[in-house]
Design a protein around this ligand. Structure first.
Ligand SMILES: C[S@@+](CC[C@H](N)C(=O)[O-])C[C@H]1O[C@@H](n2cnc3c(N)ncnc32)[C@H](O)[C@@H]1O
Length: 262
C-alpha cells in the first residue's frame, strides 16, 4: 500500500473540518510533503535528529510561510513546544522510531502530546513483522529488517521497534483519547522500499569501526538485496503485514481551557 493512500484516507476522515494548525510530531520529507499540500494556516514539523534537520531545512525553507516551522527537539523535554496547540496532530511512524532516540518513552508519548492536541490525532504505524514467516519473499524482508537493526546495534546505535495497533489503541485510551476508528492497509513492498532500506543500512555500515565486521554485514545485505530484487520488481510486489491509521480525539473536556472567573 503506498503511504499516499494512508494520507488520502486521513483526508477523508478529516472531511470538511478545517486543518488550521497542524503538528507533524515526527517529521520527514514524506509526511511534510503531504502536510504542506493541505490547506493549513501553519504547520510545525518536529524531529529529534539534527542530521534530518540539516537535510530538510534547505529544501523546505523556500516553501515555508512565517507560520511554518521545522523544529529540532525531543518530546522527552517537558518544556518542548510548551503552550502550543494544534488542530490536527500527525504521528507518522514516530512510535517505531522512539526506541532509537528516546528509549522506553513509547508509553508516555501520547500523554506527552495531549496538551498540544486541540481536536484530532492521526497515528500511522506499521504492524510488527512476524518472527518466523514461511514464504521466501517474506523471510527475506524480515531478514533484511533484522540485519538493519543488527547493523545499528553494532554501530552503537539503538534499533527501531514497531508496535501493533492494539498496543497503540490501549495507550491512547490510557492517555485521555477516544479511539474513533482504526483501519489497516495491506503493505506492499517494492523496489523503492528495498533501495531506501539498503542505502540507509549501507550508511550505518559505514559507521562500523571494525572493517571485517563491516565487510561481512555489507555482504549479507547485498546477498539479501539480490535475492529480494526479483520479488520487489514483480508487478504485484511483496505483500506482507499491514500499516494502520488510528483516528483519535480527545476524551471530552481533556484539554478544555479553564473558564475565566467572574
Ligand atoms: C521514521 S521517522 C518518521 C517518518 C516521517 N514522518 C517521514 O515522512 O519520513 C521518525 C521521526 O520521529 C522523530 N523522533 C523520534 N523520536 C523522537 C522524540 N523523542 N522527539 C521528537 N522527535 C522524535 C525522528 O527524529 C524522525 O523525525
Amino acid at each position: 500500500m503506498a503511504t499516499d493512500a494512508l494520507f488520502k484516507y486521513i483526508e477523508e476522515q478529516q472531511a470538511e473540518r478545517p486543518w488550521d494548525r497542524v503538528l507533524d510530531a515526527g517529521t520527514g520529507d514524506h509526511s511534510l510533503r503531504w502536510v504542506q499540500s493541505l490547506d493549513t494556516t501553519g504547520w510545525t514539523a518536529v524531529t529529534v535528529d539534527a542530521t534530518r534537520t540539516q537535510e530538510m531545512l534547505p529544501k523546505w525553507e523556500p516553501l515555508m510561510r512565517s507560520s511554518d516551522q521545522i523544529v529540532l527537539g525531543s518530546w522527552t523535554d517537558p518544556n518542548f513546544l510548551k503552550g502550543e496547540q494544534f488542530d490536527v496532530v500527525l504521528v507518522d511512524y514516530l512510535i517505531g522510531a522512539i526506541d532509537a532516540f528516546a528509549p522506553y518513552f513509547q508509553n508516555q508519548i501520547f500523554a506527552r502530546l495531549r496538551p498540544h492536541v486541540k481536536d484530532t490525532l492521526y497515528m500511522i504505524g506499521l504492524e510488527p513483522f512476524p518472527d518466523r514467516p514461511t514464504e521466501p519473499a517474506h523471510q527475506l524482508i524480515v531478514e533484511l529488517a533484522k540485519t538493519i537493526n543488527a547493523c545499528r546495534l553494532l554501530a552503537g546505535e539503538r534499533a527501531y521497534r514497531e508496535f501493533p495497533a492494539s498496543w497503540a489503541e490501549y495507550q491512547l485510551q490510557q492517555s485521555g483519547y477516544v479511539v474513533e476508528k482504526t483501519r489497516h492497509f495491506g503493505t506492499i513492498f517494492r523496489t523503492r522500499y528495498l533501495n531506501s532500506q539498503v542505502q540507509g543500512c549501507f550508511r550505518t555500515i559505514d559507521r562500523l569501526k571494525e572493517p571485517e565486521v563491516a565487510r561481512a554485514m555489507r555482504g549479507r545485505v547485498e546477498r539479501i538485496r539480490d535475492q529480494l530484487v526479483p520479488f520487489a520488481n514483480a508487478r504485484q510486489g511483496i505483500r506482507l503485514g499491514s500499516d494502520y491509521v488510528i483516528t483519535a480525539r480527545l476524551a471530552s473536556g481533556t484539554n478544555a481551557q479553564p473558564e475565566a472567573s467572574s
